[in-house]
Ligand binder design. Structure first.
Ligand code: ZN
Length: 110
């Protein structure tokens, strides 16, 4: 069975979520520059999205709520890793990484 280390797994989740979030920031248009087209259209100069006046017109841009959720997950993951390191250090006097290198033989099984 593949050996999984909780710190490596959580760090990978944090890092990949940060990369996805950064990519999504870059690829999401906040429709800052618009122009009027025809009689009823408001059109974004940057991404080309169109809003029809008879369908409510352009709505105010809001960041996707997934961004907040992803940022909270990143913050919680970082806090969890910090607390785990602090707990292990206080309990066993060495770093979590030092314990997992020995497969826990020195500390976790006594
Ligand atoms: Zn746009």
């Amino acid at each position: 069975m593949k050996k999984l280390d909780i710190i490596d797994v959580v760090k990978d989740l944090i890092d990949s979520t940060k990369i996805l979030l950064k990519k999504d920031f870059k690829n999401t248009c906040s429709h800052d520059e618009v122009y009027r087209g025809g009689a009823i259209w408001t059109i974004c100069s940057q991404c080309g999205k169109k809003w029809a006046d008879d369908e409510g017109g352009m709505s105010e841009y809001q960041d996707p709520e997934e961004w907040d959720d992803a940022q909270k997950a990143i913050d919680n993951g970082e806090e969890l890793l910090k607390r785990l390191e602090e707990f292990v250090k206080a309990r066993y006097g060495i770093s979590y990484r030092a314990i997992t290198k020995n497969d826990g033989k020195d500390c976790l099984n006594d």
